[in-house]
Design a protein around this ligand. Structure first.
Ligand SMILES: [Zn+2]
Length: 124
């Protein structure tokens, strides 16, 4: 049961409007049976996600290339990663030790913050 966006009561509208929107996607404009105001029906959008797996045939029998699950590469991120590697490579063992220790402390501070409730933070 859905709620009418106008009056909040149980939404009523002709079955034909639903069937039309379902068949053709809409938009279909129809007066409600509850309060008589108009609603627009649009079939939910098509969802698209990547398909991963070996090469094969699609649902139409056409050839489909293999696709491995991997993140799209981001040029900015790739550059940052390269710079970070170069920086770490250029560090002395002591500098590296200091950096890792700072990271551990930063991580611990973050974990402590995540473990807090709003009450702990004074937002009660
Ligand atoms: Zn209504």
């Amino acid at each position: 049961m859905s709620e009418c966006p106008h009056c909040g009561n149980e939404l009523k509208y002709p079955e034909a409007a639903y069937r039309n929107a379902d068949a053709y996607g809409g938009p279909v404009t129809v007066a409600t049976g509850c309060c008589g105001k108009g609603i627009v029906l649009t079939r939910a959008g098509i969802s698209i996600r990547p398909r991963y797996g070996p090469a094969g045939k699609d649902d139409w029998g056409d050839h489909m290339k293999a696709s491995d699950r991997q993140e799209k590469s981001d040029p900015l991120f790739d550059q940052l990663l390269k710079d970070a590697k170069a920086t770490v490579d250029g560090m002395t063992p002591e500098e590296r030790q200091k950096m890792y220790e700072a990271q551990r402390q930063s991580w611990a501070r973050g974990e402590m913050e995540l473990g807090k409730s709003d009450k702990d933070r004074g937002y009660d």
